[in-house]
Structures are given as C-alpha cells and as structure tokens.
Design a protein around this ligand. Sequence first.
Ligand SMILES: *Cc1c(COP(=O)(O)O)cnc(C)c1O
Length: 396
Amino acid sequence: MTRFRENRRYGATTQLLYSDMDLSDDWGVSPPIHQSVNGVAADAHEFSEMSSVPLGDQFYARHGNPTTSRLAKVISDLEGGPSGIIFASGMGAITTTLLTFLKAGDHVVAQKNHYIGTTEMVRHILPQYGIEVTLVDQRSIEEFERALKPNTQLILLESPVNPLMHLTDLKAVSDLARSRGILTFCDNTFATPINQRPMEHGVDIVMHSATKYIGGHHDLLSGSITTSQKLTERIWEMSMNTGAIPAPFNSWLALRGIRTLELRVRQQNANAMAIAKFLEEHPAVNRVYYPGLPSHPQYDLAETQMSDFGGLLTFELSGGYEAGKKFIENLDLARNAGSLGGVHSVLIQPAVMFGGRLSEEIVAKQGITPGMIRFAAGIENTADILQDIEQALAQI
Ligand SMILES: *Cc1c(COP(=O)(O)O)cnc(C)c1O
C-alpha cells in the first residue's frame, strides 16, 4: 500500500508528485478529469450533507469539483498552509477574497505597485463600493504602520513586484498586522512557493495566479488561495455566489503542470541569475533590477525571505525606447508576450504595455522608463538564452 506520510518532510518535487495520492478516485497514476457538474445523492440525508458541507466537491460544480480540490491540496501543501481553494483566474481569486473580507466603511492598505489588475482594483474599483484604500511604498515598513487606522481590515501585499522588482518585508508587515488583528493577503505569484513561502513569515492568506509558474506552459488560466481552514471556508461561501469557478480541464492541466514546478523554477532561477549577471556587465545596459544581485537595494531582505530569486528581471537599455524595440525584434528565441512564468522565455517593453492602460503620470510615478525591458526567463538551456540576448544586443 502506498501512502503519503503527512508528517514526513519530503522534498518539494516528491511532495508535488504525491501529496494528493490519497484523494478519492485515484485509479491511475495520473488522476482523471471530473467533468460532471451535477452530483447524485442516494437519499435525502446525503443530499442535505452534499449540498452543505464546506468545500464539498460532490454536489454541484460551482461549490467544488474533485479535480479542482486535488489542485487546491497540492498547492496548499507546497505553500505550507492547511487549506485552499481554486479560482478561474488569479483575478478571480483576488476579487473573491477581497469581497469576502471587506464591506463599505472598511479600510485597506495596499502597495503603490501591484499587478495591473490589482492596481485597478485598489485604485478605482474598491473605492466605488465605499471601501477606503491607502497606498504605501512597499519598501517602507514605516509607511505601512502610518497608514493603519481603527477600521483597517486587510493589508494587501505582493513581493516581488514587477517591473522594478521591489520587495515587501513580509515578516515585518505581518507582525504589525497580527498585533492589531488585521488580515494580511499576499500575492506570491512571481516568487512561487519554491522560492518564497509567505505563511512562514506570518502572512494569513497567500494567492497565486496559477496561470503563471504553477501552470507553467502558457496554456491555462487559474488562481489559487491558501490559508487556514476557517478562512478558506469563508472564501468558499463567497465563491459559491460570485462564481469565478475554474473549468475542470484547466485544473487538470494545472495539476499536470505543477508536478514539475520545482524543476522548472530551478532552471528559471538559474537562467535569470545568469542573464542578470551578464547584463550588469554589458555596456548597452544602464541598470539591472533583480533581487538576486547584490546591487539590488533590497538584496539583504531578498536573502532573508527568499530561498532563490525567481525567473523575472528588468533592465534598462541606454539606447532608450528605440533600442528596446530593436532588441526585441532581434531576438531569435525569447518572444514578445505579456503573460509569463511558462517554459518559454518571454519579454516586454513595459512602457508599451502600461502606456495603453495606465496614464503617463502613473507610468512615470512607477519609475518605468522607455528603455526598460522586463524579461521572464524560461527553461531554455542557459548558454542558448544568453547567446540569444548577446546577439540581439550586438545588433542595436
Ligand atoms: C497574472 C497575475 C495576476 C492575475 O492573474 P490572472 O490569472 O491573469 O487573472 C495577479 N498577480 C500577478 C502577480 C500576476 O502576474
């Protein structure tokens, strides 16, 4: 009889392969996809149980689905949290969680820099519903402290944030919040649970856009929440009514993807570090933003709260906007695409992307310059991706 021993400390990949093996219907090495939305009850008692049990996945697919529950378990086990829930997308996870814990008259502290959808949420959408938001510089624990009010319910965190790769001191903010009974909610998408586990630093709720590293192949949308059993049940109650529910096939794809998360992320860490070091010495580059470089202003914090530094880096070409444009055109392998975290390297010129949706004023305030390139390393062989970057730079 095979068995996953919950009390044993396995390595990340072993855990990713086996932590769901005791869930029901495990008739094959690879789990089936449960496509049915409609469970059948044997009698009135079972019907009532199935329809009301928290996080139940046997009744109706908006309440839960066995394939999706399996993904929630694998992600939460890796994050080191007791429980979790999956959404149709990362934004579905964020929106539903905010709606669960916030009401008109409450106050939220968030960072000046977040993922673009989260930025819209805290700057424009929450205030429309009477929720007050204070935005702080994530690098300053004093700003977090000063922003707190008697009606502060939640602090929204994200670290690292792109494109400038600023970090938040997760332990310092969590200590501050916990002493006042405020919830902390951290977007851990870019670090991945391989490089950073926010709950170990005291964060209450951890979120991923599983679209990125967890799925890992640029072919699905998914979002996850990991937290205590009690808070998961509260988020689940909201999610039943808001309905940002994943398709079973996407959960199955994410489950297939996550088995190799550690292998992929290790290669992405190594590629990003090699690229960052190479670019830091290159005459066409003004500056490199990567938390794993000693030149990063928050390098000490990165070393304390991350075990490795991730696949994402930003650099500034001294030739400005035109140099960036040419660099992207000259690359043979890495492609110009917005979403990231999959096996292929992708890059963008943030000035192009943000120029469309945010005002120039906000772009400038975020410190984005026209010659900036955000590069998300894939799992290519390091020498090949370095060579591609080198030849593309030589031609500008
Ligand atoms: C992509 C992303 C999101 C949103 O996730 P979706 O799956 O696209 O809805 C949130 N946070 C971060 C850091 C992201 O990269």
